[in-house]
Ligand binder design. Structure first.
Ligand code: SAM
Length: 256
């Protein structure tokens, strides 16, 4: 897959708020996505980022997903932060989605250092967040990081498990599901199918790295054509899917 070509194509198609007729999507673009992150949250983010950026702690990484394009098994925290933590405008996107919909239950597939988890938490500190990480050493680091950033026994529940095993037994209905691990097209389709029982008509599915590989993009294209999801939004790196059965099926490519 040629990512430069993909980006040019995206830039040519992507819209701002003009020409959007869906009231839900118009509100998302006009009222939600241009909100500012409060200074109190920025201070917490900066403190966390400063620590992770300079951390030379080594994590002996066990691979359970599609593998990294750049990192070895022995990973330094600052490298993991640079390569796989959700940052910048995509961090803001997940923060704002968490903040604006009064979600009670959030699920994140792929904790890594816990950076994405914290963006979701800062957006909605009272939401219960469950985050899943299979690598035991990454899990141990993330648990410590999350406890130091929040507080012991806070609303974040981190599980050392494979996504598949957790989903098989989970009965919880989630309002927001962030899929950010095991970037393989077939696996993504299987997780989406398995998570159907854990979602409702308004659940927001955020899928990360939809252009990570040819098969991830093919899976994304298959998902947006699936009649089950009436609303889909392409933000280039991330995509959003919602069932919203009462609306007409619509797909948007939006600027962030
Ligand atoms: C891209 S990182 C997650 C980044 C994080 N969500 C953030 O926003 O900072 C993906 C993580 O998912 C974990 N992972 C990959 N495949 C998995 C699987 N099948 N089950 C559980 N964890 C998995 C990896 O070990 C890795 O730490």
């Amino acid at each position: 897959m040629n990512i430069v070509f993909e980006f040019i194509k995206y830039q040519l198609i992507a819209k701002g708020r003009h020409g959007i007729h869906s009231p839900f999507v118009y509100k998302l673009v006009d009222e939600i996505l241009n909100q500012k992150i409060p200074n109190s949250v920025k201070l917490q983010q900066n403190a966390l980022f400063r620590n992770l950026k300079k951390s030379k702690t080594k994590i002996n990484f066990q691979e359970f997903g599609a593998g990294s394009k750049k990192m070895d098994r022995q990973r330094i925290v600052s490298d993991v932060f640079r390569q796989s933590a959700t940052r910048g405008k995509y961090a803001k996107l997940i923060y704002l989605l968490s903040k604006n919909f009064e979600h009670k239950e959030i699920l994140e597939l792929g904790t890594s250092l816990g950076v994405g988890t914290l963006h979701l938490h800062w957006g909605n500190p009272s939401a219960k967040i469950t985050t899943l990480e299979a690598c035991p050493n990454t899990f141990a680091f993330a648990r410590k990081n999350l406890q130091s950033q929040c507080y012991p026994n806070g609303p974040i529940n981190i599980e050392n498990t494979l996504f598949k095993e957790f989903i098989e037994t989970s009965k919880t209905n989630y309002d927001l599901i962030f899929i950010d691990g095991h970037h393989n097209g077939t696996a993504l389709l299987e997780y989406m199918e398995a998570l159907d029982k854990n979602s409702n008509e308004q659940t927001i599915f955020i899928v990360d790295d939809i252009r990570w590989s040819k098969d991830m993009l093919m899976a994304w294209n298959q998902l947006i054509q699936n009649e089950k999801y009436q609303l889909s939004i392409d933000f280039f790196k991330m995509g959003i899917l919602m069932k919203r059965p009462t609306q007409m099926k619509e797909h948007f490519t939006l600027k962030l």
